[in-house]
Design a binder for this molecule. Structure first.
Ligand SMILES: *Cc1c(COP(=O)(O)O)cnc(C)c1O
Length: 230
């Protein structure tokens, strides 16, 4: 195998890994009669630098995810300027004092998890004249240390976002507990989304994206299987 300073996915190069992930998504979608185009692959590039990201962009990937606003500011303005149809997704926790920067740089936020953040994002979108895709993070495992709206609060929170803040909520997002069967959480998120009239689901990572696709995921967030271990 060649020595390389760029990202190394499961298959040796990140571009090759991307092709393999694409093939696996297609198989998983087909297996449950879903259209491949209904599933968006978000390549999670956190901790990897521009040099590691370039081959994945060159391979045709356009949706990328980062979990820290400040880290993303260090690499994405230049990458987005060079390839304007890139769409950047914030998949990590957002502090309200970073809402301005996040709204300016990102195209989607998957981690709306409290009223203060929803309000700050709504105000910044209005101020900057930008519309981002917004997902509400749900703590499906009701883990005390984990971010996200508790399942019993989702309906009220969605209503508050829509009616009080005038936000268009795109969907729900979850990160299942590490030691539990992800399928249970994916099925639960799908149920919560349906109950609230939402048809986008951000769920599935490197270890479980096929299961997520089978259970209706529209946005899978895959990092290490493309870029290599962090
Ligand atoms: C890092 C991260 C991912 C990607 O995880 P992998 O296991 O590397 O695919 C997905 N979602 C979130 C919220 C993350 O922080």
């Amino acid at each position: 195998m060649n020595e390389t300073t760029t990202g190394q996915g499961l298959a040796g190069s990140s571009a090759q890994a991307l092709r393999e992930i694409e093939a696996r998504i297609a198989v998983a979608a087909k297996g449950v009669g879903r259209d491949r185009s209904a599933v968006r692959l978000i390549a999670v590039s956190k901790t990897f630098d521009a040099e590691a990201i370039h081959p994945v962009i060159d391979a045709g990937q356009r949706h990328f995810g980062e979990n820290r606003v400040q880290e993303a500011q260090g690499k994405w303005p230049a990458l987005k300027a060079a390839t304007p149809d890139i769409r950047l997704h914030l998949i990590g926790p957002l502090q309200s004092n970073k809402a301005k920067d996040a709204v300016a740089l990102f195209d989607a936020i998957h981690t709306i998890d409290r009223e203060k953040i929803a309000r700050a994002v709504a105000e910044e979108m209005a101020r900057q004249g930008r519309t981002l895709e917004l997902y509400i993070q749900v703590n499906t495992g009701e883990e005390p240390q984990k971010a996200g709206i508790m399942p019993a609060e989702v309906a009220a929170f969605v209503t508050m976002c829509r009616e009080t803040l005038g936000l268009q909520v795109r969907g729900l997002m979850c990160i299942p507990p590490v030691d539990e069967e992800p399928a249970v959480h994916f099925a639960f998120l799908l149920k919560l989304a349906r109950e609230n009239g939402l048809d986008h689901l951000s769920m599935g990572m490197s270890s479980d994206f096929e299961t997520a696709v089978e259970l209706g995921s529209t946005d899978i967030r895959v990092g290490s299987a493309i870029f290599g271990s962090r």
